[in-house]
Ligand binder design. Structure first.
Ligand SMILES: [Zn+2]
Length: 213
């Protein structure tokens, strides 16, 4: 994709989506940097620049899109699918998480969203960590009989994913990221964590807001 990793990092830094400090992570470990993706997604101009790189990836030599539809998972993927589709002149739709009778979560295109059999699909998402979010999107795409051309993410934190493989069909689909980010984590304690060693206050960031502990 045409956007440089350095430019993506700059967009994250400028927007406050990549912060430096001393953080208590959900895993219980500590980190010295933290990604809050919605900080960058709140700036349409930054989103537009990121999605232009997604769109470029699926344009043919004549400039026309090689896909028919852009899809994303809630919540960040809604914004990304919208903007990427706007730039390509296509529809952009999203899949929501629903729970079946047993309580297992899966993703579904609802609200009357149509995915035609044989249609070529670009899947967009914000951060790839374990790959679970992309995997969950394969099921509704494959169930519709559509063809996933590319899964494009802004940030790969998985350590270098190149494909996502459907557990249902066994098909492997290409994954591309604009930026690969490997953030070190530390066991809490002055002997193992630089932030603890420096005596810095610990922040516990998360979806409920940033609050000091
Ligand atoms: Zn620490």
């Amino acid at each position: 994709m045409s956007l440089s990793a350095a430019r993506v990092e700059a967009l994250f830094l400028e927007s406050g989506a990549l912060r430096a400090g001393h953080f208590a992570l959900k895993s219980g470990r500590h980190g010295d940097r933290y990604v809050e993706k919605f900080q960058v997604l709140q700036f349409p101009r930054a989103v537009s620049e990121l999605c232009a790189a997604f769109a470029d990836r699926v344009r043919g030599p004549d400039g026309r899109p090689l896909v028919d539809l852009v899809v994303g998972p809630t919540t960040g993927g809604v914004i990304l699918a919208f903007e990427t589709a706007r730039q390509l002149g296509l529809r952009g739709i999203f899949a929501e998480e629903v729970k079946d009778a047993s309580g297992a979560a899966r993703r579904e295109f609802r609200r009357g969203f149509r995915v035609d059999p044989g249609s070529r699909v670009l899947l967009v998402d914000d951060i790839l960590t374990t790959g679970g979010s992309l995997l969950a999107m394969l099921s509704p795409i494959e169930a519709a009989g559509a063809e996933l051309v590319l899964a494009a993410v802004i940030v790969d934190r998985s350590g270098g994913a190149t494909h996502v493989t459907s557990p249902v069909t066994g098909h492997s689909y290409p994954v591309e990221a604009l930026w690969s980010l490997d953030l070190p984590t530390y066991e809490a304690g002055a002997a193992t964590c630089p932030g603890c060693a420096a005596g810095l206050a610990v922040e516990a960031p998360g979806s409920s807001g940033t609050k000091a502990t």
